[in-house]
Design a protein around this ligand. Structure first.
Ligand SMILES: *Cc1c(COP(=O)(O)O)cnc(C)c1O
Length: 424
């Protein structure tokens, strides 16, 4: 009998994320990663223009991260994090706090972005309940995405993905993204609900899964300030925007107001290991200090603060803070800007926007649904054929590359997008 291919063995057993398995094309087996490239079993090289679901910062199989992770593997692979600690978790907490906006004082570890959000929400709800206040409602943006576990899903926009679970999701007050025209009305909307709103969660500056929607720091500042003045805690979900994506280390660095809690994952380890972090102010932390054991934050995961993941995060942070990397972030931002200028007038371009290293282009679909339905797959397949991984969100394609991408590689992607604009 002929030996089964990797794709066949995969299809025999594996259920993939966000994939309708009935008609899913065979998955592409990747056997190696090298810098900006993913290398398939058949030898084909792909530019990873989406940083493998937004996690990779410095390229694949980075030798420095590999070295640090490997050294850690020979020292300590894991230890229970209740009652025990380890040097990597301590150093990572110290170094992260030193680069975060002022006010973030305590670090809580978990496994991924969704759990980082769950922890932030539980901190907020219990912050109030520990003080005998039953504020349990959350304020969030329309079109938001905060993860796939139940709490994170509840504070995300309701859509086709959340539909089967609708009745099980807790109640959330959704508001539009703020702009010059609606900001005063949004504040009134918030003021009307102040008594039961416990927290406001937002993706600062860029809504990722919602189609890379971008909005201005000045109006978010106004909302954060309004929440603070009305006793509503604020959570900056930087799971996607953290670690340089928006041109500064954190999207919150574009703001003058500071959130009470922040969530991190994705780029935290440079895309090497699963790790989540929730940080908070001293006021939140202190609301859990008590002789009463019931005021404890009863939350933890088996792999909380895994030492290998912490080693990867420390190594990634070393590279991120090098002047060469910060220069690359600047270079990519400028390159994106120039491309925006070049194609913004194209009749197929409904909208093109950019924040730091993130570029998003919305295709004009002329309201034809059949065209629209095929467009996403046609674009995805076209770019794959050209050796580029670009995963459109509906009619929106975006580039969110690892920072090591060269100008030549960026120009190749831009050129292929321009070709696609003529073809589709
Ligand atoms: C991806 C994402 C999450 C969820 O992170 P996972 O690690 O996939 O659970 C949460 N918030 C934002 C803003 C994200 O982009």
């Amino acid at each position: 009998m002929a030996k089964k291919s990797l794709a066949e063995r995969d299809q025999a057993l594996i259920w993939h994320p966000y994939t309708q398995m009935q008609n899913a094309p065979a998955p592409i087996p990747i056997i190696r990663g090298e810098g900006v490239f993913l290398i398939a079993e058949d030898g084909k090289k792909y530019i990873d223009a989406v940083s493998s679901w937004w996690v990779n910062l410095h390229g694949h199989s980075h030798p420095y991260i590999a070295k640090k992770v490997s050294e850690q593997l020979n020292k300590l692979e894991h230890v229970i994090f209740a009652g025990f600690t380890h040097p990597g978790a301590i150093e990572l907490a110290e170094r992260l706090i030193s680069i975060l906006p002022d006010g973030q004082k305590k670090v809580f570890y978990s496994d991924n972005g969704s759990t980082a959000v769950e922890v932030a929400l539980k901190m907020c709800f219990q912050y109030w309940s520990n003080q005998g206040k039953g504020k349990t409602k959350v304020l969030a943006f329309n079109n938001s995405y905060h993860g796939d576990t139940f709490g994170a899903m509840a504070v995300s926009a309701r859509n086709a993905f959340t539909k089967p679970f609708e009745k099980l999701l807790f109640e959330v007050e959704f508001i539009d993204l703020p702009d010059q025209n609606n900001i005063e009305q949004l504040k009134l909307q918030i003021s009307a609900r102040v008594s039961d709103l416990s927290a406001f969660i937002f993706e600062p500056l860029v809504q990722g899964a919602g189609g890379m929607q971008m909005y201005e720091a000045a109006y978010l500042d106004e909302l954060i300030k309004h929440c603070r003045e009305n006793g509503i805690l604020t959570i900056a979900d930087e799971v996607m925007t953290g670690f340089g994506r928006t041109g500064k280390l954190f999207a919150s660095d574009h703001l003058s107001e500071k959130a009470d809690l922040m969530c991190f994952s994705k780029g935290l380890t440079g895309g090497t290991m699963a790790l989540g972090i929730t940080t908070c102010t001293i006021a939140i932390y202190e609301a859990f200090l008590s002789d009463n054991k019931l005021k404890t934050l009863f939350h933890g995961h088996s792999f909380t603060a895994n030492p290998i993941a912490c080693a990867a995060a420390l190594a990634s942070m070393d590279i991120l803070l090098e002047s060469e990397t910060l220069g690359n972030i600047q270079r990519i931002s400028e390159s994106h800007q120039a491309f925006c200028g070049r194609v913004s007038q194209h009749p197929k371009v409904k909208c093109i926007r950019q924040t730091g290293t993130i570029l998003a282009l919305e295709w004009e679909t002329l309201g034809e649904t059949s065209y629209f339905n095929n467009l996403r797959d046609n674009l995805y397949n076209f770019f794959l054929e050209q050796g580029i991984i670009l995963r459109p969100l509906g009619n929106i394609i975006y580039i969110m590359p690892p920072y090591c991408i060269t100008n030549e590689q960026l120009d190749y992607i831009y050129k292929k997008i321009e070709e696609a604009l003529e073809r589709f």
